[in-house]
Design a protein around this ligand. Structure first.
Ligand code: SF4
Ligand code: SF4
Length: 176
């Protein structure tokens, strides 16, 4: 009997505290600046050309072998990237591919809503990856230096305070 009363006391105590939950997917919390989402390909902001030089290091270091690239001979007699495939169903979002890239051509995006009804939907091509990551900064530089304008994610308590209408701490963004 005493245990039931204790249980109800906890419930009643919580009733008067602000909710810490949000209505996902309508409401979303801020991410941490260096959140690691789907790997994606970056491009030169001026020319729009993919930065990848087809060296193959990312595919070599990938612990799950989920990267595949088709390399073609270039007109200059060098090599260029033909196709770049990411099998996202095998990716564990470790970020090693982005860290090893000598020209920062691959970065971790903030894409995380990746569920599909068909396995083929988890296979991303060069064009799709470039559409996601074309103008993204290096993921590990996000939140520092020139990219310091991106605030950190709210803590659980900050989120609860905002939901209760008490405003956000300075430097924070509203949940997206
Ligand atoms: S994030 Fe890790 S697992 Fe995913 S493609 Fe890059 S190296 Fe491979
Ligand atoms: S993304 Fe980077 S590491 Fe991977 S093949 Fe291209 S240049 Fe090399």
């Amino acid at each position: 009997m005493f245990d039931e009363v204790k249980g109800f006391a906890v419930t009643i105590k919580r009733l008067f505290k602000p909710a810490v939950t949000i209505e996902y997917p309508e409401e979303k919390r801020n991410m941490h600046p260096r959140f690691r989402g789907l790997p994606s390909l970056r491009a030169d902001p001026e020319t729009g050309e993919a930065l990848c030089v087809a060296c193959g290091l990312c595919a070599r270091i990938c612990p799950t072998s989920c990267l595949e690239m088709h390399v073609l001979p270039s007109e200059e007699g060098d090599r260029e990237l033909g196709e770049f495939i990411l099998r996202a169903g095998r990716c564990m979002f470790c970020g090693l591919c982005a860290q090893v890239c000598p020209v920062d051509a691959i970065t971790m995006s903030r894409e995380y809503e990746l569920s599909v009804t068909d396995r083929d939907g988890l296979i991303y091509t060069k064009t799709e990856l470039a559409a996601i990551g074309g103008q993204l900064p290096n993921w590990w530089e996000t939140g520092i230096g020139d990219n310091a304008g991106i605030p950190d994610a709210w803590t659980r308590d900050e989120n609860a305070a905002a939901l209760a209408g008490r405003g956000a701490p300075s430097g924070s963004l509203a949940p997206r």
